[in-house]
Design a protein around this ligand. Sequence first.
Ligand code: ADP
Ligand code: MG
Length: 593
Amino acid sequence: MAEIKKLPSHLIDKIAAGEVVENPASVVKELLENSLDAGATSLDLTIEKGGTRLISLTDNGSGIAPDQVRQAFARHATSKISQEDDLRTIASYGFRGEALPAIASVSIVEMTTATAGAAEGTRIIIEGGDEVLFEPTSPRAGTTLAIKQLFYNTPARRKFLKSETSENRKVVAIYSKYAVCSYGSSLKLKSNGKEIINYPADNDLAGRLQRLWGGNIGSRLIEVEGNPMEGLRIYGMVTHPGINRGNRNQIYLMVNGRPVYDVSLMHAIRSGYGNTIDSGYFPLAAIFIELDKTAVDVNVHPAKTEVRFANERYLYSQIRKLIEAAVQVPALFSVNSVKSHQRPTPGKINKIPPRDRPQSAVGSGKYHDDKIVIRNGQNNHHHNGVESNNKFEEIPPEAEEQFDLGGERFWQLYNTFVMGFREGKIWMIDQHTAHERVLYEAALNNLYERPGTSQRLLFDLSFELDTQEMIIFEKHLPLFERLGFEIEPFGSNAVIIRGVPGYFESSSVEKLFRNLVNGFADSLSTGEDPMMALAASVACHAAIKSGETLSQEQMQGLFNRLFDCQEPYQCPHGRPTVVTISREDLEKIFKRR
Ligand code: ADP
Ligand code: MG
């Protein structure tokens, strides 16, 4: 057996580097944290070749006194804690004293630093952990730390680096996190000589988020603020449900000022949105959690990106509740928005002209087809033999007479909402959510009751799915057929589509179908019933989007079909489909009453 020896300190540093220094982005993170810990309010970062050639950060922080400079690179040397008790109440980003020696062991480091008012500053160069230069320089308060040739002496590590673009992207992602948590600081990022980020100090979080997410986002930000118990404050900004992304990358979580990655708390934020965002999509958010320092352990991960909470479940539920309260208020009209929990009384429903309402959730009554597209002035729905009944035409003449609006019956507003009159009231529907509701009920009917008809495509269409999609598709093939797809697996990972449900826009079948399968897979993964999940996904993806211009006939078709639904007042995700404004409402608004 080989002799048991203590490892030389060089080797220990390299091993530590394995934990702390994974790629240029992780170096950037350590440098930013050090600068912020030093009280810097200006952080100027330059990278070259994705950070592999150069990472240089200049700050205006406290600087380091000449006699302390070498200490900064000594293993487990830190100015931030000194005794065991301090570990329980860590208020700085760093405290392990590992980063600088680890970084210096796998690169060429040059530091220039001076404290405010000092007679001289210090320049030190360390190559692969060995000091090669130490000299006084002219003082400039603050610190510049340049990391050159990262991993030059650990070729194996260097090989693991991804492309320059990919390393760049990681650096920008990290930098953005710190840009959020220190929104009062000015930050600059240059890559290969080109300025990528230039954020002057912002007065508030909203200002910083606007820079980060784009200038127009301001009006779509919702403030979150709560103080659920002594020693716990949760605050920040989230986006309106209409603004979302297909990933969690824009969810920023700060715990006592430290950016952390916590899937469970991200989930709490997402779940606060409930069904106002489609499954598989996430809001943009910056949430700060300030809690008693003893209620969170930051020392569970060498890079300190994960933390452990004394009471994670409580925190989860509080965040979820706060977000729910902040975002799930009717964002459209304050007037008579029909929300799920305040469904209209039967009396109110009866104001809508009577019609055949299917009795069960899956419908035993008649469903009309759902395609709103009208061509050549001809109604293009396939009714499975059921007569179209234009409920809108049945409005009692006296009600109609109250309005003489120049012949038009429907108005499309902002290519998003459709306004019509019925029963002496203004009705506004959201074209997307309304159509979603229509398609959802039609799809449920196809799945549970009567299979949908199929429209043959002009040419068979074949394309590949990824493995995950293919597994899900094959498992649920019969459901797709009931919806009206003429489809079959082809080879190990492709499908051939010969026919689609009538409401599927035939010009983009592949895209629609992929989105459909994806949305379906997402809902399945949350344990939803396959039929409901498929119906919701098909509705979501095949429904007309906002931005599409509708003809009079299309708008009429949408109104009719919506009010033929069992639950006309909300889309499958719970968003409202209709609001009404009555004469009384207007009179109240204009203070005539
Ligand atoms: P830690 O941050 O855990 O203390 P580091 O190895 O990252 O350990 O840094 C070691 C020490 O160097 C810090 O405790 C700090 O005193 C000093 N230091 C590092 N970077 C800076 C900086 N930009 N400005 C001032 N002091 C710094
Ligand atoms: Mg540090």
